[in-house]
Design a protein around this ligand. Structure first.
Ligand code: GLN
Length: 484
């Protein structure tokens, strides 16, 4: 294996800019790594060898001409939920097999404008619904730390590709935890930005009031650089925030931890929680304390309603968003005897079980007579959850929690029990409902598997959040996966 694949994203872009290595060399090394590993790990559902090398050549030419850009020549994996012009985009569902978009999502367009290179499209839970990558129509993904375990989901392909050195960074999307939980399971960094930071335009919609794209990488600095490359205001997305793009990757080390107020929500540390997860999280707390941070117990009293509220709001929006897959406009069609029959046959054959479950839940909760009892109530709970965070952030600068209730579980362990699977999102969904940024950073090892902690920040305070995460990373000294 070429040592080039182990380079950090920022490090690699600097080496390319200094002409120590070329993008073509680096891209070829990564394609080789993918060719050697992907058959087993299944992180990519499409590898674009020719396009990657073309993009790398263009990058090397820009270097030669003295026109280097921010992330010049750096090869990335793209979650197969982002539309990529001329490259198939499936959301890992049979219903979109054969669909090749004519346009590029804003986030990926932004990345290519910074000089980054696309290696291919990564596997995910079908339509991003799941926590283990097991709902993908392309088969599940193996966790490179232990191949019997899941890398988490829904951005499981991206997480495994980053952890296993099949790219330097990858895009993820997070509706209720899909960047943070797979990052925690796979020993990498994953940032879910504030809702509105990254444009949703051209990303296959799951739950539009929650969906947010973000970076996944092997270090905080790399995630910060990628975030800088992908974020920004977009008039094509009406919920896009008109905020300046900051130099998120710079001066990450200038935060003094003395007096930094870190909130620990008592509702996230309850009897019966996994002892190993508790220990890893408290170890992180102790390290911050030793450097002078102030630890403050806070309360987020509506936390217990976050999972039920999320599993009403998200399926309701999903049911509406997925109405467009009728066999007429995109992907697969199964001809029926008449129009209605064609719709039914197409959707029956095209959607997987978990997607169907969400559509049924969503249509039920939105139907007249049930709307007030479920959807409208869940929206009220959502407001209360957001209010809990507002009150907490009057007292603290950042909140620290576990990312997931357990380390990576075994493939097959939870797939037949949706409630067990949904409970995996217990520490991530509240942040999503409140639209706040959250980052998962590796924090320790339990029985050979990595475990992450989550830092939650104030809205649009990612720069500060990244600095806290960077300090944590420095104190933890976590070692990425060791491969030969
Ligand atoms: N696991 C959650 C779900 O299944 C979150 C998914 C996501 O964030 N895309 O809905």
């Amino acid at each position: 294996m070429s040592e080039l694949v182990k380079l950090g994203l920022k490090e690699a872009s600097e080496k390319i800019k200094n002409k120590e290595i070329s993008s073509v060399e680096l891209t070829s090394a990564l394609l080789e790594r993918i060719d050697a590993r992907n058959e087993n790990i299944n992180a990519y559902v499409e590898v674009v060898h020719d396009k990657a090398l073309e993009m790398a050549e263009a990058s090397d030419k820009r270097i030669k001409d003295g026109n280097a850009r921010l992330m010049e020549g750096v090869p990335l994996g793209i979650k197969d939920l982002f539309c990529t012009a001329g490259v198939p985009t499936t959301a890992c569902s049979n219903i979109l097999k054969g669909f090749t978009p004519a346009y590029e999502s804003t986030v990926t367009k932004n990345l290519w404008k910074t000089g980054a290179v696309m290696l291919g499209k990564t596997n995910l839970d079908q339509f991003a619904m799941g926590s283990s990558n097991e709902t993908s129509a392309f088969g599940t993904v193996k966790n490179p730390w232990d191949e019997e375990r899941t890398p988490g989901g829904s951005s499981g392909g991206s997480a495994a590709a980053v952890a296993d050195y099949m790219c330097l960074g990858a895009t993820g999307t997070d509706t209720g935890g899909s960047i943070r939980q797979p990052a925690a399971f796979s020993g990498i960094v994953g940032l879910k930005p504030t809702y509105g930071r990254c444009s949703r335009w051209g990303i296959v919609a799951f739950a539009s009031s929650l969906d947010q794209a973000g970076p996944m990488a092997r270090s905080v600095e790399d995630a910060a650089l990628m975030f800088r490359g992908m974020s920004g205001y977009d008039p094509l997305d009406t919920t896009s925030a008109d905020m300046p793009i900051e130099s998120f990757d710079e001066n990450l080390d200038d935060l003094s931890l003395k007096g930094l107020k870190i909130g620990l929500p008592k509702e996230y540390f309850v009897d019966g929680m996994d002892e190993d997860i508790k220990k890893v999280t408290y170890d992180a707390v102790a390290r911050f304390k030793a450097e002078g941070a102030e630890i403050v117990e806070i309360s987020l009293p509506h936390t217990k309603y976050a999972v039920p509220a999320y599993y009403i709001v998200a399926p309701a929006e999903a049911a509406s968003n997925l109405a467009r897959y009728d066999g007429m406009r995109y992907g697969q069609r199964v001809e029926g005897e008449n129009l209605d029959d064609t719709y039914t046959k197409t959707r029956t054959a095209g959607f997987g079980d978990e997607v169907k479950r969400r559509i049924m839940i969503g249509n039920y909760t939105l139907s007249s007579g049930y709307y007030d009892a479920y959807y409208s109530k869940a929206q009220k709970v959502r407001a209360l959850i957001a209010d809990d965070f507002k009150k907490a952030f009057a007292k603290v600068d950042v909140i620290l929690t576990p990312t997931a209730p357990t380390p990576a579980f075994k493939t097959g362990e939870k797939v037949s029990d949706p409630i067990q699977m949904y409970l995996n999102d217990i520490f991530t969904v509240a942040t999503s409902l409140a639209g706040l940024p959250g980052i998962s950073v590796p924090s320790g090892m339990v029985n050979g598997m990595p475990v992450g902690v989550q830092f939650i920040g104030k809205a649009f305070d990612e720069k500060h959040l990244l600095k806290v995460a960077f300090a944590h990373e420095r104190m933890t000294g976590f070692k990425p996966l060791d491969v030969k």
